[in-house]
Ligand binder design. Structure first.
Ligand SMILES: NC(=O)c1ccc[n+]([C@@H]2O[C@H](COP(=O)([O-])OP(=O)(O)OC[C@H]3O[C@@H](n4cnc5c(N)ncnc54)[C@H](O)[C@@H]3O)[C@@H](O)[C@H]2O)c1
Ligand SMILES: [Fe+2]
Ligand SMILES: [Fe+2]
Length: 684
């Protein structure tokens, strides 16, 4: 508390929710003072600062260092929440964050654990808990007014449709909207955890559909106690904001209805007419937003020894619980089946093709300082192991890499004695050109989705790495102008060249061997009738869902006939992505790179991430070689690209090498497979 007896506040994010928090702060002027407003939109921040007579900034750095700030309110876009929460807690501030904390249970746990470790007040804004009507309903449930609780039914329909820009970073309807209902169910049921959920949904709005999201959903949850909870939600209710809750029990029913704009009913020949419901959430929850902040400030004021503080700390673990239910509900819709909460949700997410923001590179403009988070909580040895496993280069390695990086200068000719990557008049021009033209016309967003659905179930069989390499003897890559040898030879050539230049980096040797094995997608012996034609397996890759770049081989012309070029969104430069979203968040054209990456992830391969990314992006020449699609890069992609480029020299220029003695080399590479946890039968 400062000398005037007030708590200093930094408010981060000045959009729709930032505004209702501003209103609440004004109403609490006897106990708090607004010290900073922060928004990446500097103009907005400056204006509001002028009105509120406080400081402003477009990043939260200064506010975090300011000792007169005791409370940080985080109301910026959802994708920033986790990193901002972590940074604020680490700076010793009490945190009030808008929902959700994060979409991944792991991150929510991390945030809660840090708040507990630092013993700081941390509340996430599920304001329905502060709504006076829902509070009365809960009091009745707790008082036994309806006996044993058997069913909870909630209805949650937004109005008006939120801006599409908001929806793009919202994390989807399950984590953005239904999370409030899951919170309500958690609250009313006294913290019960469902054992299964089942969801159905539809998307009427074509723009939302393109985001791979829904606008209309129904979810049912079943609890071990027998309780059934159901909720329906829509992004758009034409008659106003609609949020109702019903609790049904052995002795009766409780209903919390909408609050109408007045209580006056007009009866005439048309019927009994009531005025409309509140227009939207700022009106409906105006009082609840005020109450939630007031109670938060009271919690901060009560201090860490108080009963309220201890109670809130005990109840904090509800947050990962709720996010887990939301994740399971989304999986139920995506997989088209009931999901048990006891299932391995991470594995199901993989099956459903869900990639989290934190699996991708962070899109927050102030990403979490993970290095310092890690160093806060783990020992330096563990830290070293962690940085090794993510493929971060030490200084020695960096120096070594610089030393070897001009290796290609001695090798200028491919196996035909031609220059490399000749797409104009190579000896294989016809077949190469045909493969690329078909690929560019047929790789669409829809095709990519279908392939992920078909292949990432890993139900094609169990084979060892060496069995797959032997099968690749049958495959000559139709996109390759540099060689017409079986692909298995190329795998060993690449690996051996890397081994020669990077003798101490055995995981890198293994990457050389594994990088092209995904080409088994084209082999009927592996995939039966699902085997793909080579245009969907080999060749340079590019992102679908945005306009093609002329840097792709055979140029934009070769994409003629691709139906996505007629799509209003997919045909634009950024297409279905946000700028700076990170290369890992792009939906790449389907082929061997992406498939092999996921095969290794699925089977628990322990090659460092830098190596797995080499496999995933080695064919993305338009990016790493021609520097197209850079609008999607996040800062961390620079490191990924360095490694991919290092790898690509060996992939490309080893094609002029002597034929390797495969039988002699196999025992060494089998030992590497074992070392990196892919020595036995893998699921493909
Ligand atoms: N509890 C509720 O009823 C409720 C209602 C609406 C929104 N929300 C939550 O509030 C959050 C914001 O939603 P909104 O509707 O206000 O969105 P909004 O788009 O109206 O506002 C977001 C604001 O954050 C700013 N911003 C973005 N990145 C930033 C960064 N890195 N640093 C600082 N500012 C940044 C934007 O410039 C914008 O002004 C969302 O996470 C949402 O889930 C909660
Ligand atoms: Fe390849
Ligand atoms: Fe290759």
């Amino acid at each position: 508390m400062s000398s005037d007896g007030k708590f200093g506040i930094a408010l981060v994010g000045l959009g729709r929710s930032g505004h209702f928090h501003l209103t609440s702060i004004k109403g609490l002027s006897d106990s708090v003072s607004l010290v900073w407003v922060v928004d990446t939109d500097a103009g907005k921040a400056e204006n509001i600062a002028k009105n509120m007579d406080c400081k402003w900034a477009s990043s939260m750095d200064e506010a975090l260092q300011d000792s007169s700030v005791h409370i940080v309110i985080i109301a910026s876009t959802t994708d920033t929440h986790f990193s901002f929460i972590m940074r604020s807690l680490k700076a010793g501030k009490a945190v009030f964050a808008e929902k959700p904390i994060s979409h991944t249970v792991g991150e929510v746990h991390e945030a809660v654990e840090l708040a507990l470790k630092k013993n700081l007040p941390f509340v996430c804004g599920y304001q329905r808990r502060c709504d006076k009507n829902f509070r009365v309903l809960k009091q009745h449930v707790e008082a036994g007014s309806i006996g044993q609780l058997k069913m909870i039914k909630s209805c949650s329909r937004d109005n008006p449709l939120p801006p599409l820009e908001y929806l793009r970073t919202s994390g989807g309807i399950f984590q953005d909207m239904l999370i409030h209902d899951f919170d309500m169910q958690d609250w009313l049921s006294g913290g019960q955890i469902p054992d299964s959920v089942i969801s159905v949904g539809h998307c009427y709005n074509p723009e939302i559909r393109k985001m791979d999201d829904l606008d209309t959903v129904a979810v049912m949850a079943k609890y071990p106690s027998g309780l059934i909870a159901m909720t329906d939600t829509s992004r758009d209710a034409s008659y106003g904001y609609d949020q109702r809750v019903e609790a049904f029990g052995e002795k009766g029913m409780l209903t919390a209805k909408n609050e109408m704009t007045s209580t006056v009913e007009l009866a005439n020949s048309a019927g009994h007419l009531m005025p409309p419901a509140a227009w939207s959430f700022p009106q409906r929850y105006e009082e609840a937003y005020r109450v939630e902040l007031k109670e938060f400030v009271a919690l901060v004021k009560a201090g860490p020894e108080s009963e309220e503080h201890k109670k809130e700390q005990c109840e904090m673990l509800r947050h990962p619980r709720i996010v887990k239910v939301a994740a399971a509900a989304e999986l139920s819709w995506r997989l088209g089946r009931q999901v048990l909460l006891s299932e391995d949700l991470a594995a199901l997410e993989k099956e459903a093709g869900i990639v989290h923001d934190n699996d991708k590179l962070s899109t927050a403009s102030e990403p979490v300082d993970t290095a310092s988070v890690v160093s806060d909580t783990i020992s330096s040895d563990e830290h070293r192991a962690a940085s090794e496993s993510t493929g971060t280069l030490s200084e020695d390695e960096q120096a070594y890499k610089e030393k070897t990086s001009d290796w290609t200068s001695t090798t200028k000719r491919n196996s035909f004695g031609d220059t490399f990557r000749n797409y104009e008049d190579s000896k294989r021009q016809d077949v190469v050109s045909k493969t690329y033209h078909t690929m560019h016309a047929k790789q669409t967003v829809e095709f990519g989705r279908q392939q992920r659905e078909a292949w990432l179930k890993f139900d094609k069989g169990e084979f060892t790495i060496m069995e797959m390499i032997d099968l690749l003897d049958d495959l000559v890559d139709d996109s390759d102008p540099d060689n017409d040898l079986p692909n298995s030879i190329h795998d060993f050539q690449t690996a051996e060249r890397i081994r020669e230049q990077w003798p101490d980096h055995d995981w890198f040797h293994l990457v050389g061997l594994l990088h092209d094995i995904g080409k088994v997608l084209a082999l009927p012996k592996v995939a039966g009738a699902c085997a793909l034609e080579q245009w969907a397996v080999v060749g340079d890759t590019f992102p679908v869902g945005c306009a093609p770049s002329d840097a792709c081989v055979f140029g934009v012309e070769s994409f003629k006939g691709n139906p996505d070029l007629k799509d209003l969104v997919y045909s634009t430069a950024n297409g279905m992505y946000q700028p700076s979203c990170g290369i890992s968040s792009l939906m790449m054209s389907w082929g061997h790179d992406e498939y092999m990456y996921w095969v290794l992830k699925e089977n628990g391969c322990t090659i460092p991430d830098a190596g797995l990314n080499m496999i995933r992006f080695h064919s993305f020449y338009p990016w790493h070689d021609k520097r197209a699609y850079t609008q999607f890069e996040a800062p961390e992609d620079a490191e990924t690209m360095k490694w991919v480029k290092e790898f690509n020299k060996f992939d490309l220029y080893s094609k002029g090498d002597e034929l390797p003695d495969v039988a002699k080399l196999k025992p060494y590479y089998q030992s590497l497979c074992e070392k990196y946890n892919v020595g036995g039968k893998l699921r493909w």
